[in-house]
Ligand binder design. Structure first.
Ligand code: NAP
Length: 283
């Protein structure tokens, strides 16, 4: 299915977001279209949309309507250009119904690689609603020379290996799932998250409320200041490496890496915002 500019008035892309990639895609499409930014669903405010230069090459693809959906986990989310709606859909059937009701023509799963349920919901809903789906998924990380990485399948697996690797852990897996570490009374944790974590949490815990991106110097300083001797991360991926991983390598600190969950079979996938934009505009 393609969004031919000649009949593109009906084109409406729903981006399942909550990631930097989703915001980048919404930004790229806002530049490509002229009818984005019309409003919001469920009470969020319209966002400024980059102006389209008259006569610019991308302006010929207009109009294209873009809606980004956020789960509503973060209290003050960074909103993308275009329309936004916030909150769950009520499972795959609810998402399929939303797609039909809002005349969505293209679905993009740009959720975080660890948002497993939503990716499966997206695949099922796309099939139910009969709309094409593409997944925008950043590549994972790979260890390089000097890295001491320990791969596990889950946060529970991370909690199992952690005490053998260190006693002062920097936990960068987000504020949810801390219950997996709550029984580790002998480990001191530094937890970095956007919003405060909810109990149950480990007894010896310091919370650092912060939103990335984080620079290498800051990561190095953080590891040294808190005398961190083990880092825990999800294989969130993104750029070739992350400053926290580079800092851990430099300090010879072991890293526990939680592997990615499975993805639905048969869904077209790319790591490139430009490839999604091309798919939307040219099929
Ligand atoms: P999840 O476990 O895969 O999804 C749980 C439920 O949350 C879904 O069934 C859905 O509810 C709702 N949901 C998830 N993403 C949504 C979206 N973009 N728009 C509307 N509803 C959504 O998801 P999660 O791991 O809790 O992640 C939630 C959000 O945070 C995602 O948007 C993800 O991109 C972002 N995020 C997650 C992580 C992570 O490590 N998991 C990290 C950074 C950002 P219904 O079934 O009711 O539709």
């Amino acid at each position: 299915m393609s969004a031919d500019p000649s009949c593109a008035a009906a084109a409406h892309v729903l981006i399942l977001g909550g990631t930097t990639e989703a915001r980048r895609l919404a930004g790229a499409l806002a530049v490509a279209g002229t009818e984005v930014g019309a409003g919001t669903d469920r009470g969020t405010a319209p966002n400024p949309v980059p102006e389209v230069e008259p006569g610019s090459a991308t302006a010929t693809h207009a109009p294209l309507r873009v809606t980004t959906s956020l789960a509503g986990r973060v209290s003050a989310p960074v909103l993308p250009p275009g329309e936004t709606r916030i909150g769950g859909f009520g499972g795959p059937a609810g998402l399929a119904a939303w797609i039909a009701a809002h005349r969505v023509t293209h679905l993009v799963d740009a959720t975080h690689p660890f948002a497993e349920r939503m990716s499966f919901n997206a695949a099922e809903a796309a099939a139910l609603a009969g709309v094409p789906l593409i997944a925008l998924r950043r590549p994972g990380w790979s260890p390089g020379p000097g890295d001491d990485w320990h791969f596990v399948d889950s946060l529970a697996g991370a909690a199992t290996v952690l005490p053998e690797l260190g006693s002062r852990a920097f936990l960068t897996t987000g504020r949810t799932g801390l219950h997996a570490f709550a029984h580790l009374a002998d480990t001191w944790f530094l937890v970095r998250s956007v919003d405060p974590p909810q109990p149950p949490v480990p007894p010896r815990l310091e919370v650092l409320l912060a939103r990335g991106p984080f620079g290498l110097d800051d990561e190095r300083e953080l590891l040294a200041r808190h005398r961190i001797d083990v880092l825990v991360t999800k294989d969130s991926g993104g750029s070739a490496t992350a400053p926290k991983l580079t800092a851990a390598r430099g300090a010879a600190i072991p890293v526990v890496v939680v592997r990615r969950p499975p993805v639905p079979h048969g869904v077209r996938e790319t790591a490139s915002v430009e490839a999604v934009r091309h798919w939307l505009l040219h099929g």
